[in-house]
Design a protein around this ligand. Structure first.
Ligand code: NAD
Length: 257
């Protein structure tokens, strides 16, 4: 890590750690190394035993449950952030979900309920979080989410998540346009395939990992720390004029036909 990248004194809220393989954990580790204070959430009681030890290692100031479908939990989380810190500098949204039957079938066949649930958890939750974060970002701030190339091209087995990520990327642009006047920057990272729990929900994910490494110019898999390094840049003051973007972390995968 370069000495230039310094998050000392910055306070960040991390949503999306499920285990040590999570992209959110890779990001949180780099944020912590760079000096940030962190708040960490877990999605439910089942996740807590996996997340709490990681949050302890990160010396998190706040460790709280937050299922993004639960308005009361969201409100309690931001109340706790306000009480502990008064302000918030950055927020990482690394959350996605789609019901398996809808995810693994054709988009043509996906149910209305499955589509709405995937959109709610994976996309609209970013809007809800932005709204709650805005009043705490009085000194400006940085919001970050995670997308995937399946938003703009058809990736086999990515199915329903393609349209959902397309909406998430567009949401990133609209939030960036609206929140810019408060010096709140909004960006998305788009990593190539990484083996995580969410990734393993995609059919034939092993094949996707292999074909990704073959196709990309750099011919090596990216990992959660690569994403963390880019995320740390985007929440730091080094990127103070960068907003509204979808930033590839993909070894050049995107440029190859
Ligand atoms: P992961 O399974 O570690 O993380 C997904 C997280 O979403 C989990 O922590 C889970 O608890 C959380 N989540 C699901 N439903 C939730 C809810 N209702 N409330 C709160 N949290 C909820 O997998 P990951 O790969 O680290 O995924 C993080 C993000 O990165 C996702 O948006 C995913 O689409 C994106 N992404 C992943 C890859 C990849 O190849 N793994 C590539 C590009 C983008």
């Amino acid at each position: 890590m370069t000495a230039l990248l310094d998050l000392t004194g910055k306070k960040g809220l991390i949503l999306g750690i499920a285990n040590e393989h999570s992209i959110a954990y890779g990001c949180a580790r780099v944020f912590k190394q760079a000096g940030a204070d962190l708040a960490v959430t877990y999605a439910n009681v089942k996740a807590e035993p996996y997340v709490r030890p990681l949050a302890d290692q990160l010396d998190a100031s706040i460790i709280m449950p937050c299922d993004v479908r639960d308005e009361a939990q969201m409100t309690a989380l931001f109340k706790a952030v306000e009480k502990e810190w008064g302000t918030l500098d950055f927020l990482l949204h690394a959350i996605a979900f789609a019901p398996k039957a809808d995810l693994q079938g054709r988009v043509t066949d996906c149910s209305k309920d499955g589509f709405l649930e995937a959109m709610d958890i994976s996309c609209h939750s970013y809007i809800r979080l932005a709204k709650l974060a805005e009043p705490l970002m009085q000194n400006g701030g940085s919001l970050l989410t995670l997308s995937y190339i399946g938003s703009v091209e058809v990736v086999k087995h990515y199915g329903l998540m393609g349209p959902v990520k397309a909406a998430l990327e567009s949401t990133t642009r609209y939030l960036a346009a609206e929140l810019g006047e408060n010096n709140i920057r909004v960006n998305a990272l788009s990593p190539s395939a990484i083996m995580t729990r969410a990734g393993s929900g995609i059919a034939d994910f092993d094949e996707l990992l292999k074909s990704t490494a073959v196709k990309m110019p750099l011919h090596r898999m990216i990992d959660i720390e690569d994403v963390g390094n880019m995320a740390a840049f985007l929440v730091s003051d080094l990127s103070k004029n960068i907003t509204g973007g979808v930033h590839m972390v993909d070894g050049g995968y995107e440029i190859i036909d």
